[in-house]
Design a protein around this ligand. Structure first.
Ligand code: FES
Length: 214
């Protein structure tokens, strides 16, 4: 008599299917493989993306070295940067002109091309010679302005004042304004009559009597 409780039809609960060759695949083994695969995806994919994220600046630097990232063609090996203004637009009467200096800039993760990196004052002296001064106040780093009423340079933060040749006129600033080297050029080559203005732009330590580059 047949077992009414179905005990004669008992099948192994350890076997839930068969492989491609008809070999039974244990459900436990299948679950282990599935778990291992999912774990691998969860761990490996973020790790790979994280690796790329950290390596990215290095990769971009390599790319830049090959010349594919462009860059400012306006800077020479000595650090002179060609300004966007030309010598003929600097007033002959000695009135100073504020000019923004642009250069490539980069931090640990990003490289920026042709962005503002500072500001300078340019003016023509008595002989028409062009002088350049960093507009950062040598006292504590505010911006030095041109004060038309006094025809001088003036920093409103703590009242530093300078004559138009950059000489300090009171005891507030520790030194004169920071002058910068200027080179007139034609197509990048030194030419005293050239219209291109190239400036060796630098920033200097503040609050010190001695002019020391940062
Ligand atoms: S920062 Fe210019 S006077 Fe102090």
């Amino acid at each position: 008599m047949a077992d009414q409780h179905g005990s004669s039809a008992t099948e192994s609960t350890e076997s839930s299917g068969s492989g491609s060759a008809g070999v039974p695949v244990s459900r436990g083994l299948f679950l282990q493989l599935l778990t291992a695969t999912i774990s691998f995806v969860i761990v490996a994919v973020p790790a790979a993306l994280g690796g790329l994220f950290f390596l990215d600046p290095l990769l971009r630097k390599k790319s830049g070295a090959s010349g594919s990232s462009g860059g400012a063609a306006k800077k020479d090996d000595e650090g002179f940067i060609r300004l966007d203004v030309t010598a003929d637009v600097i007033p002959a009467d000695g009135l100073p002109v504020a000019v923004t200096v642009r250069d490539d800039s980069e931090d640990a993760w990003n490289k920026f091309t042709d962005v503002p990196v500072g500001s300078i004052w340019l003016r023509k002296g008595a002989e028409g010679v062009i002088s350049a001064f960093n507009s950062v106040c040598p006292h504590l780093g505010c911006s030095v302005n041109y004060r038309r009423s006094e025809n001088d340079f003036y920093c409103p933060c703590h009242t530093s004042a300078f004559s138009l040749d950059g000489t300090k006129m009171n005891e507030v600033p520790p030194r004169d304004m920071d002058s910068l080297e200027v080179s007139l050029r034609t197509e990048g080559k030194a030419d005293p009559a050239g219209l291109e203005i190239w400036v060796k732009f630098q920033n200097f330590q503040r609050g010190k009597a001695e002019k020391k580059p940062l």
